[in-house]
Design a protein around this ligand. Structure first.
Ligand code: NAD
Length: 284
């Protein structure tokens, strides 16, 4: 079976690693933070347990088999033999550019690189690599094992063959691809960050509390989650970083991040991952 190198062991990287391993891939999970890597095996076991309870499709998962297919490594060199690399590091253009430059020395000619970014241009990141035709956006949705599609993003130089391989890869993970063209935020986040940000402005302006805002989305519009619950799930730091990317790229004030969101991030209220955001979560 093919090997997937997953870079970044945060919210998304852990989910992507589990999803790939659950579908038979060997996985190398990498992160530059030794504390994150040290905690990853325990975090992954807890996540597998949670997904098995949440999803009938995951109920038959064998935790030891899945976790046994995942290796951990701090050194990018360990990813040299991977067939696919899925990059999930922090939503920061400069950090991602540095990583793609470092990957030049690691990736062989045939490796395909999937960028899992919320908003950053695939074309820009592909330009840091020697083979931009091999780079494609695969925007996985959170939580990855439970959701049915991934947005596959065609960068300026992405080849038809890479798109085809990305669609096959996504299919092999039990998901449907929706192929779109590269533009910051693609389809999903250009839309969702507007409504999450405006929901935060409603709280900021004292129009309603988080519960009321989310209840209108769930009970009135039939959404499974409200925009502020979604922001907490994504991570408020990632939401603010993504809004900053959209604001910078489009030079459009509709993407300016709500000051309350920025203040919450400065105070360490990052949502589910920190235990506190618009809502309070039980300690892990
Ligand atoms: P996160 O902050 O939870 O995790 C990021 C991880 O990357 C951290 O563990 C950090 O230590 C690691 N990292 C940072 N720089 C690194 C480097 N140079 N080398 C190796 N590891 C590095 O972030 P996340 O929520 O997992 O988001 C990751 C990416 O996925 C972002 O680009 C984000 O926009 C995108 N994304 C997020 C969501 C979501 O719901 N959170 C959904 C889709 C896409």
């Amino acid at each position: 079976m093919a090997t997937v190198g997953v870079i970044g062991a945060g919210v998304m990287g852990k989910d992507v690693a589990i999803t790939c391993a659950a579908n038979g891939y060997d996985v190398i999970l990498s992160d530059h933070d030794p504390d994150v890597l040290a905690a990853a095996p325990r975090d992954l076991r807890q996540l597998v347990r949670k997904f098995r309870m949440m999803s009938p499709a995951a109920a038959a998962w064998k935790a030891d088999e899945i976790l046994g297919r995942i290796r951990y490594g701090a050194d990018l060199g360990e990813l040299a033999g991977a067939d696919w690399i899925v990059e999930n590091i922090v939503e920061d253009l400069a950090a991602k550019e540095r990583l793609y430059l470092a990957l030049r020395d690691v990736c062989g000619e045939s490796v395909r690189i999937a960028v899992n970014t919320s908003c950053i241009s695939i074309t820009k990141l592909a330009a840091c690599t020697p083979r931009p035709q091999n780079v494609v956006g695969i925007h996985f949705m959170n939580p990855v094992p439970l959701l049915e599609c991934a947005e596959v993003v065609r960068g300026y130089h992405t080849s038809d063959d890479t798109i085809k391989q990305a669609e096959e890869f996504v299919r092999s993970l039990g998901k449907r691809s929706i192929v779109v063209n590269d533009m910051p935020g693609f389809v999903s986040n250009r839309l969702s960050h507007l409504f999450m940000n405006e929901a935060a402005f409603l709280v900021h302006d004292g129009v309603a509390g988080p519960e009321q805002v989310d209840a209108i989305f769930k009970l009135g519009y039939g959404h499974k989650m409200g925009p502020l619950e979604t922001a907490d799930l994504i991570g408020l730091d990632t939401v603010v970083n993504s809004l900053n990317v959209l604001y910078e790229e489009f030079q459009d004030s509709k993407f300016r991040a709500c000051p309350t969101l920025k203040k919450m991030v400065a105070a360490g209220l990052l949502g589910r991952k920190s235990g506190q955001g618009f809502y309070t979560y039980a300690a892990r």
